[in-house]
Design a protein around this ligand. Sequence first.
Ligand code: C2E
Ligand code: MG
Ligand code: MG
Ligand code: MG
Length: 284
Amino acid sequence: NEALSNGRAIELFEAQRLTDAPWELSLHARIDEGLRNGEIWLAFQSQWDIASRTICGAEALIRWDHPLRGPIAPDAFILQAERAGRIDALTYWVLEQAITAALALNARGPRFQMSVNLSAQMVDKAELVTNFAEIVKRRGIDPSLLTIEITETSSVRNRPAACHNLTQLRQMGFRLSIDDFGTGEASLAYLADLPSDELKIDRRFISRLLDSNRDRTIVGSTIGLAHALGQSVVAEGIEDEATFHVLRQLGCDHAQGYLLGKPQPFAVFEQAYDASLQRQTGVG
Ligand code: C2E
Ligand code: MG
Ligand code: MG
Ligand code: MG
């Protein structure tokens, strides 16, 4: 009897331990399984040419539909994958998937630009450039159809190695984009040191554009600065028509945001792209 109640106590304790478990701390252990099972998938969010209001590309954004926890935000598990040293597997998986999508979309019409995010933990790794070179060669994709988004953070460990890698990737033909511009600790230093092709203005500036003259000035000047350096500008996080209109007036090149399209599974994104192509050619 006592043994039975002990067993029960242990069972209850185990159940309690599971529900209280800091599951965030063990997510990384399931990354490979999540990739194999299709729990981890890639969403695509459209990027638009502002002047013609047509889709010119997409950003690939990772998603994890965990069987027990439901959707987990990438900000949560990317950080963990970085800490657990599992970010390489995720990054190369994303790149392969994004290339598959880019090849399919480029077969349909004009140049389609595909953006992928590169973790700060990856950017200084010695094998990064050879791995990227091997992948694009094997997949037969023109690297200039791929844009690598990097975020300015203090977490890049070896800054000279990172600059060296990014310069080499750019020489191979990849486009480089500075993501979340304006929020990093050294955005201007990044602009000065890194040869990049695109600047993505962070959502926090875009969302206040209508209310704040200061933000309008900052965004307008940033666009001017980028253009003077030969870079194009993407505004991220556009949620309403009025903001889209202001950005067009400010001379911004490209736009991304819920107003224009949310991150979607490939099949849904593909339909939106086809509709945009049809409007472009005047069919339909
Ligand atoms: P990010 O690269 O700056 O991506 C833009 C984020 O803004 C995405 O969040 C997107 O869903 C969200 N967003 C886009 N338009 C709007 C809008 O109009 N309103 C609002 N409120 N949000 C909008 P998401 O998908 O949750 O990704 C968050 C971050 O996780 C990304 O920020 C990126 O830093 C990281 N991430 C996502 N996928 C990957 C990946 O494959 N690799 C790496 N290393 N990081 C990734
Ligand atoms: Mg990004
Ligand atoms: Mg961003
Ligand atoms: Mg971000």
